[in-house]
Each structure stands twice: as structure tokens, then as C-alpha cells.
Design a protein around this ligand. Structure first.
Ligand SMILES: [Zn+2]
Length: 108
């Protein structure tokens, strides 16, 4: 996925989440990473999203992230307190399979 498309998809995600929650949710930064081991993914930094929102949104969020993730099986939520700081779409290498971490959100 090109950088331009990522920015566009992040903007769509902002609109979708803001619409569903009825208040602004921002995705100010999107980062793509590749580790030497082969793990790769996308980190979406978010503002205005809480853990409660994640529960309320449920599959709607999984679906939205699946479109962005392009084959990534899971999204990892990084949070500080009740606030979600980032969503990481991770396609893990064989050495680092995702475990049963409760912060992982299964995607389709
Ligand atoms: Zn790895």
C-alpha cells in the first residue's frame, strides 16, 4: 500500500470512528515498519479513542482495521490508562507469533 493511500485510509478511519462514536477521533500519524526478523506492520497513533470505545465498536473496528491491514491477522492496542494511544497492525514473522495477549484484537 502506498503512503498516499495510507493517509487516505487513515482519514477514512477518522471519519468512520468519529461518526460511529459521535465525537472526534483523530489519527494524526501513521507509521509503516519492517523489522529485520521479518515482522512488519502499520502503527496508527490515535487521539480520542478509549478502551470502552473499543468494546462498543467491536467488529466495526475490526472490519475498518482489516481494510487498512491488508492481510495482517491482528491489531495490537497500546494504551496508557483507559486511553488508547495507538493501534498496531502486525504481520508477525515465524519467530514472533502473536500470543494470547488480551490487547490483541483479532482481524479478519
Ligand atoms: Zn519477528
Amino acid at each position: 500500500m502506498s503512503v498516499v493511500n495510507l493517509r487516505e485510509e487513515a482519514r477514512k478511519l477518522e471519519e468512520e470512528l468519529s461518526g460511529l462514536l459521535g465525537r472526534p477521533v483523530r489519527v494524526p500519524v501513521v507509521e509503516v515498519f519492517v523489522r529485520r526478523c521479518g515482522c512488519r506492520g502499520i502503527v496508527l497513533y490515535v487521539k480520542g479513542l478509549t478502551l470502552d470505545d473499543i468494546e462498543v465498536l467491536g467488529e466495526l473496528l475490526s472490519d475498518a482495521l482489516s481494510r487498512l491491514g491488508d492481510g495482517c491477522p491482528v491489531a495490537e492496542l497500546r494504551r496508557i490508562g483507559p486511553e488508547v494511544r495507538s493501534l498496531m497492525l502486525l504481520e508477525a514473522c515465524d519467530e514472533h507469533p502473536p500470543d494470547e495477549d488480551p490487547s490483541l484484537l483479532p482481524l479478519r
